[in-house]
Design a protein around this ligand. Structure first.
Ligand code: FMN
Length: 594
């Protein structure tokens, strides 16, 4: 898409309208030009709310995920591999132990005749490791294939010097198999469960001895937030508490988009703390490979946590015990904010906020079964008329949490309305020692320092969508200045992501396809960035929607497009041509203006 500036564009003057990003007059597109433009393009697939925007405002709809994603991007053919999949051993030039019983093709000539052309002259995996584990199946295979006999080149010198694997926390298949066979033991969780049983027995004895109150102990603990009867934070183990959370920048856990390559980009811009995407405790315990893959950590992630979600204290404890035993993690974070129905209706995520007794068991359990810090991520409450976070913070502290993050919205609110930073400040004041991070809507250095500076509303800020829209926000925060980043520099960021993605997901057709999809998911947020030099008033605010504008050059204009077609074009600039029949619908609705 190339939007030309129309002659009457400069005629409009920006108004300081509530909810509208103030764009300098010379970059505005007039209403007439805009409607012509959209008539021409109205046949295109567009992102969820792009049509809302053209029609003068968002239609009311539920937050969450796009439910109508066609085949949820999983249908075939979505990635560029010939119909027959070449056997991995043969692709490496080795012999296959299964011979003619192998379910994959051994016909190299046929595979190469059908294969799409290479996507580029060099292969990231070969460049780093001195060999490519995908061999002929690599989409950059020419870089490491001898043309005369298709054998694979190995750069021995490099193979030897690469001692460290690219990602940490790559848990072997044998653990997954043992988990599926139920052969893994959880001694520390067993110990904790036993302890809880004894506590329950002595509580029952005490209740028998006490005069009747008319309420069962469960009823009391399910609705009472006082510290009565709760063990204090005495379960800290030696070695715990080594992270000084205060004042550090913290990249929020972000399902799908907060993947390792994205976190690596944010590390490059200076973020201090990173966290995995939310991993479901029960999926980990079932040995699901895709869930364990969420825990991978790049060596640059020097303060790294794993976020766990679950609805049962014993399940979450087992998962945490295993993660802490098998992986390199600095902290385990308990998710109590997830709003999606699937988690909520099963009593997990933000549904926990209404069950303080269960939270107590969970946090104490995590503290008991791990040697690392345990942190908690909560919302202000489930509903606006029953906020619970302020009462919960001291409870969490008592149970042994090393830090708490409060996302300043209720579940009911999703992303509508601004985060309540006044309430976050009250949560912080309710804590005695533990650092309380706030989260919600921050996307500029000014807002960051407003919340952690003199106002002392929080001990730190966790940044989610702000980092997705402009990951360089972390550099701006540390330098305390706006960076008017150019479109070419932004394209370099996309290029880095593509490289990191190919390193992470692989250079074979599936890996390239994953990289493309995750980059598109990210672009569904990135396009919301309004270049600093185009704004009349800084900083850009999360909920201020810009009127249609052109960038300072065609690339900048393309980057601001809310059309999926343009996102695909942009991604092709760093990842080569998209396969035919490719469709994409972004997963999260939170990328759009509410
Ligand atoms: C796409 C997306 C995925 C998210 N995934 C998670 C998650 O896995 N775990 C979690 O605790 N919060 C998750 N969140 C919530 C964020 O961590 C954060 O608390 C929230 O977006 C508010 O911060 P923000 O206004 O800076 O985005 C997600 C948010 C978004 C936008």
């Amino acid at each position: 898409m190339t939007i030309a500036t129309t002659s009457d564009a400069a005629a409009s003057t920006p108004k300081a309208e509530k909810g509208v990003a103030p764009i300098k007059a010379e970059y505005l597109i007039s209403r007439t030009a805009e409607s012509v433009l959209h008539t021409e393009e109205n046949k295109e697939t567009s992102a969820a709310d792009s049509t809302d925007r053209k029609q003068g405002g968002p239609a009311k709809r539920q937050g969450g995920q796009h439910q109508n994603r066609k085949n949820k991007n999983k249908g075939k053919p979505t990635y560029d591999e010939p119909g027959t999949k070449l056997c991995g051993k043969i692709a490496q030039g080795e012999t296959c132990p299964f011979d003619d019983k192998c379910s994959y093709s051994h016909d190299v000539a046929k595979y190469l005749a059908e294969k799409e052309p290479d996507l580029g002259p060099s292969c990231v995996n070969f460049d780093i490791y001195g060999h490519c584990r995908f061999g002929l199946r690599c989409r950059y295979a020419d870089a490491h294939t001898r043309p005369e006999d298709h054998s694979q080149i190995v750069d021995e010198a490099k193979v030897k010097t690469v001692s460290q694997r690219y990602a940490l926390n790559e848990v072997g298949r044998d653990l997954q198999i043992r988990l599926r066979k139920k052969e893994v033991r959880f001694p520390r969780t067993d110990e904790f469960t036993e302890m809880l049983k004894q506590e329950a027995a002595s509580d029952a004895d005490a209740a028998d001895a006490a005069p009747p109150t008319g309420e069962s102990p469960d009823e009391i603990s399910d609705c009472d937030f006082s510290l009565k009867g709760q063990p204090q934070a005495k379960r800290h183990r030696a070695g715990r508490g080594h992270i000084d959370f205060r004042g550090k920048t913290y990249l929020a856990p972000l399902t799908t988009v907060g993947n390792l390559p994205f976190r690596r980009i944010c590390k490059g811009f200076g973020v201090d703390i990173t966290c995995s995407e939310m991993a479901i405790a029960s999926n980990l315990l079932q040995g699901q490979q895709s869930e364990w893959a969420l825990l991978k950590r790049h060596p640059s992630e020097d303060v790294f946590g794993v976020q766990l979600a679950g609805n049962r204290a014993d399940v979450v404890a087992r998962a945490a015990e295993l993660v802490a035993r098998e992986c390199a993690v600095d902290f385990v974070d308990l998710n109590m904010g997830c709003p999606i129905d699937m988690a909520f209706n099963n009593g997990g995520g933000s549904a926990l906020l209404a069950q303080p007794r269960k939270i107590g068991h969970m946090v104490r359990g995590l503290v008991h079964v791990t040697d690392c810090d345990v942190t908690a991520k909560i919302r202000t409450g489930v509903r606006a008329d029953a906020l619970v976070a302020r009462e919960l913070v001291p409870q969490l502290e008592g149970w042994g949490a090393a830090a708490v993050t409060v996302h300043g919205r209720t579940r009911q609110q999703r992303y509508t309305k601004l985060a309540d930073w006044t309430y976050i400040a009250q949560c912080r004041q309710a804590a005695q020692r533990v650092p309380v991070f706030g989260g919600g809507d921050v996307m500029s250095w000014e807002e960051y320092w407003e919340h952690v500076g003199d106002a002392q509303q929080s001990d730190g800020v966790m940044i989610g969508r702000g980092a997705l829209i402009k990951p360089w926000v972390f550099r701006e925060i540390s330098e305390r200045r706006v960076w008017d980043i150019s479109a070419t520099e932004r394209l370099d960021v996309l290029r880095d992501f593509a490289r990191f993605g190919l390193e992470h997901w692989g250079t074979d057709p599936q890996g390239v396809s994953n990289t493309r999809r995750y980059l598109l998911e990210w672009q569904s947020f990135l396009h919301r960035y309004v270049p600093a030099g185009i704004l009349e008033v800084l900083p850009q605010r999360m909920n201020d929607r810009p009127p249609a504008f052109v960038g300072r050059n065609d690339l900048e204009t393309l980057m601001a497009s809310d059309k999926v077609k343009d996102w695909v074009k942009l991604v092709e600039m760093v990842l080569g041509p998209t396969p035919e029949n490719f469709t994409f619908v972004p997963k999260h609705k939170s990328n759009s203006y509410e």
